[in-house]
Design a protein around this ligand. Sequence first.
Ligand code: AMP
Length: 218
Amino acid sequence: MKKELIFLGPPACGKGTQTNRLAEFLNFPHIDTGSLLRNEMKNGTEAGKEAKNYVDKGQLVPAELVAKIIKNRLAQDDCKNGYILDGYPRSVEQADILEVINKEIDADETTDFKAIYFDIDTNLLVERIVNRRSCPVCGAIYNLLSIPPKVENHCDNDGAELTQRKDDTREVAQARFDTYFKETAPLINYYKDKGVLKTIDANGTIDEVWDRLLKVIE
Ligand code: AMP
């Protein structure tokens, strides 16, 4: 049965690291709307130019714009057996849109849809964000305090110079948390009411969270 997994949780809760690992494990595409939008911005497309106004302020990009990108992506062949969505939906409006998109793409097929919520103590997350670095080549995520690269500022996998996201500053991070609590956190109850919510304790090491994740996705 086609597996549709969506990952919910505050910024820097560890979703990206775990979804990268799970996508490899299940051989499903990892679809991360933040990265898709940053790609549009980097390529200077019309969508990217519009998105930049919101991303730079830590606000949600308008739902129709993200829906277009997501719809194209989920219709691609590599999503046939399943996908992992990271960072989408981020509001009740987007969750309703996703339901419509899934119905269109899946038609009569039955699917296994799960929303996985990363429950974490949010106090430490701003520090995690400002110390976050990533590899522009392979997407590996590091943290200067807790998961530093072996060679300063270079990726362990391919040696590329690590980069910091423009919106990973203290000020924009705070705005992203405000947006999360206002717009995204209501999805926890939204999916609980639909009976598809799985909550995992996202405090602890990467391996501890990974073990908890594996228990809820089978
Ligand atoms: P992320 O990489 O998940 O931290 O997302 C970075 C930024 O991209 C967010 O602060 C938003 O401005 C934008 N973004 C990512 N996903 C969405 C989405 N589903 N809806 C609207 N905006 C989004």
